[in-house]
Design a protein around this ligand. Structure first.
Ligand SMILES: [Zn+2]
Length: 424
């Protein structure tokens, strides 16, 4: 079994690297002429610039991947895991403390390994291409805040789960799942008030006339957002976005200030109409339900496999603590998860197309969204020529050229919402 797991891991890594490789080759070799919507926005020089940006990202991503693979191999197959497990269990007899220490120290190592990459990406790569707007001080403050917040959530979620495992040894999978669902829904409510303001400043829209148009659009879409806000994303990066979040009464529309700099009002409203489409088509709810069902299944599977004590043997080990076994299981889960990626990307692209159709219905045509997306692609130096296979596996959105062509042909479809609901 150990050999089988090792081979499966190496095969997944090989497939991932092969996909990266064909994608890089494709980007450089397969430049087709761009549709008319791109004229005047993206020219040859711009494409070369995008390619240089993507290549720089690929290089650092490659080094980061190699480091990750080597550390994983060393830890799981190179004898580090039994040593570490022994060290932690020797430290304390307390089941909850053991578990927290086991995962907490590993997370800390992962964070430390990631710091040089984060510094390089923000202050060399993104800086070079003009995206970084963060000072070292802001970067450090972000790191410290996420560390504190992450630790608090970790102690709450992992500590609570371990406590339930101890309390209900025969049925903990259901209790742990229930606890996590409760906490995640609670956080969904609290996050806009407690967590997001730690990192970002939310203010009313600077363009007052835009707020009226946004509210008209919301009404047309049948949504009632409490607040329409802009967020100071430009303090950190030149990349841009918009989103519509929340459940129940705390729904709100948030526009990145960078998005407002880059798009005109009509394009902004089309982007927002797309975001509203996700909500109106029930995508947010579906995603939430899907992830909770996956969590339930994972909890049950973990419980079942931990009951029969097969996991240590799978790695050729005599014994492993509870936390050690959960770690191995999580790793196997992520390995299997890779084969799930194309399906989940396909599902996501289907949702994006539905949200695009919703935007066309709201705005009257696909032109505004298309021209907005082209501008964003220019500003973000997006890759316009992904390899079809790479896009099929990883892309959560349809590739831009295909998407723009589709939007330009798009027509209002009054039966659309009915069809989407019938589909579900
Ligand atoms: Zn979308």
């Amino acid at each position: 079994m150990k050999l089988l797991l090792l081979s499966a891991y190496l095969i997944v890594i090989a497939i991932r690297f092969a996909l990266d490789w064909i994608n890089i080759r494709h980007r450089q070799k397969a430049r087709q002429p761009l549709p008319d919507a791109f004229a005047g926005q993206i020219d040859e020089e711009q494409l070369n610039h995008s390619d240089a940006y993507a290549l720089a990202g690929d290089r650092v991503g490659f080094v980061e991947d190699i480091v990750g693979v080597l550390l994983t191999l060393l830890f799981l197959f190179g004898g580090l895991l039994p040593w570490y497990d022994h060290l932690i269990t020797g430290f304390s007899d307390n089941f909850i403390f053991q578990g927290l220490l086991f995962f907490g120290l590993l997370a800390l190592v992962q964070l430390l390994v990631g710091i040089p990459f984060s510094l390089y990406k923000n202050f060399i790569l993104e800086e070079h291409f003009g995206f970084n707007r963060m000072s070292l001080k802001l970067w450090s403050a972000d790191l410290l805040k996420s560390l504190l917040l992450g630790s608090a959530l970790f102690v709450l979620l992992a500590g609570g789960a371990l406590w339930l495992v101890q309390l209900a040894p025969q049925s903990w999978w259901l209790w742990v799942w229930g606890f996590w669902v409760a906490v995640s829904i609670f956080l969904l409510y609290l996050s806009p008030y407690l967590i997001e303001p730690l990192f970002f400043k939310f203010t009313p829209l600077a363009k007052a006339e835009l707020e009226t148009e946004v509210r008209d659009l919301l009404e047309k879409a049948g949504a009632h957002a409490g607040k329409v806000l802009q967020v100071d994303a430009s303090r950190r990066s030149g990349h841009s976005n918009a989103y519509f979040t929340g459940i129940g009464k705390v729904k709100r529309v948030v526009l990145f200030d960078t998005l407002m700099e880059q798009l005109d009002n009509k394009e902004l409203l089309a982007v927002l109409a797309h975001e509203l489409g996700h909500w109106r088509c029930g995508h947010l709810r579906q995603r939430l339900i899907k992830s909770q069902l996956m969590a339930l299944f994972s909890c049950w599977l973990a419980f079942t496999l931990l009951q029969v004590h097969v996991l240590p043997g799978w790695l050729g080990l005599e014994q492993l603590s509870f936390a050690g076994q959960v770690l191995v299981l999580g790793w196997i889960g992520s390995l299997l998860g890779f084969f799930w990626t194309p399906l989940s990307s396909w599902w996501s692209r289907r949702h994006e197309r539905q949200a695009d159709q919703f935007a066309i219905n709201m705005v009257g045509s696909g032109q505004e969204l298309a021209s907005g997306l082209v501008k964003l692609a220019r500003e973000n130096l997006s890759n316009l020529f992904p390899h079809p296979l790479y896009a099929a596996v990883y892309y959560s959105h349809p590739p831009l050229v295909e998407r723009v062509l589709w939007l330009e042909k798009g027509r209002v479809d009054t039966n659309f919402i009915r069809k989407v609901v019938a589909d579900q």
